[in-house]
Design a protein around this ligand. Sequence first.
Ligand code: ZN
Length: 118
Amino acid sequence: MPRFLYRCPVCCTTSPLCPTAKAADAEGSTHRGQLHAGHHPDGETVGEVNRRGQWYATLGPLAGPRSRLADALIDARDPDGMGRPFWADVAADAILAGGSAAALWVTSTVLTALPGLT
Ligand SMILES: [Zn+2]
């Protein structure tokens, strides 16, 4: 299940979890209307977070897909929960390592099968 948050850097507050980006935008709109007279604070953010509450946009190019995969694995069993059990991280690592090894094997097999390269 996707999880979205609205963050106001002026108030240093974060909205409760929202199931959609539109709901997080609505949280932001309500916040702006009540506390900032409708003005948009510089640096406010709406984005998707993982089951640990980390913004996907701030995760690196390797940690982001790994986190999405681990979250997808645990979401299949507990779609509305937060937190991530250790087995989901281990399974995500195993899937990514297996996929990388398979891609390396296919690449090396194709390259060695090409005439003139060996
Ligand atoms: Zn604010």
